[in-house]
Design a protein around this ligand. Structure first.
Ligand SMILES: CC(C)(COP(=O)(O)OP(=O)(O)OC[C@H]1O[C@@H](n2cnc3c(N)ncnc32)[C@H](O)[C@@H]1OP(=O)(O)O)[C@@H](O)C(=O)NCCC(=O)NCCS
Length: 161
């Protein structure tokens, strides 16, 4: 199998609708944003919440707290990654659409995300996941992070200095 060509592009308003489409087509709402009350699935409320989540956290200058990157494979949005400044470093997050998982996209995107964090001068790269999320744990150890289990949670950390 040929290695996918993975590119991270900083999110903007134009890319946001494509990212929503990718999430709706290929991910569970809980994998890509905080819980929103209501019946399961991509309800109108959840679609609006997804847009507002990214506008508030990344696109609206007055409220932005993180940079979000659209993950593209062959120029097609398949997921997103984020870097949020936290005390002592940056916190990373990533999701890939289900149909694209398990073929190395996450690994390539995580490596690129790490480079973006370094280029931004971050001193430490941190991320958290759950104990049962084997793919995320492998992804994080794959970039060289140390994992610490805390209850059901797993904290990952990597010094970048
Ligand atoms: C975590 C996630 C981003 C991984 O993306 P991916 O494209 O599937 O990852 P890759 O194909 O690059 O695989 C990365 C590693 O995980 C392993 N892996 C992938 N899916 C796996 C699974 N279901 N179970 C166990 N290991 C798995 C791969 O073998 C690879 O390990 P290796 O480095 O030893 O070869 C993806 O599963 C996802 O979006 N999950 C939902 C959101 C999420 O949990 N985000 C993480 C929060 S930090």
């Amino acid at each position: 199998m040929t290695e996918p060509v993975v590119v991270l592009i900083e999110l903007d308003e134009t890319l946001l609708l494509g990212l929503l489409e990718a999430a709706v087509a290929d991910a569970d709402p809980l994998e890509v944003m905080p819980p929103v009350a209501g019946p399961p699935g991509w309800t109108t409320e959840r679609r609006e919440a997804f847009l507002e989540f990214h506008r508030r956290r990344s696109l609206r200058q007055e409220t932005a707290i993180e940079k979000t990157y659209v993950i593209e494979v062959d120029a097609w949005p398949v997921g997103a990654a984020r870097l949020e400044k936290v005390p002592g470093g940056v916190e990373a997050g990533i999701w890939i659409g289900r149909s694209q998982r398990g073929r190395g996209v996450g690994k390539l995107a995580a490596a690129e995300l790490l480079e973006l964090a370094k280029a931004d001068g971050a001193e430490r790269f941190v991320a958290s996941t759950t104990e049962d999320n084997l793919a995320a744990r492998k992804l994080l150890t794959g970039v060289g992070a140390d994992l610490t289990v805390r209850g059901d949670g797993v904290e990952a950390g990597l010094d970048l200095r």
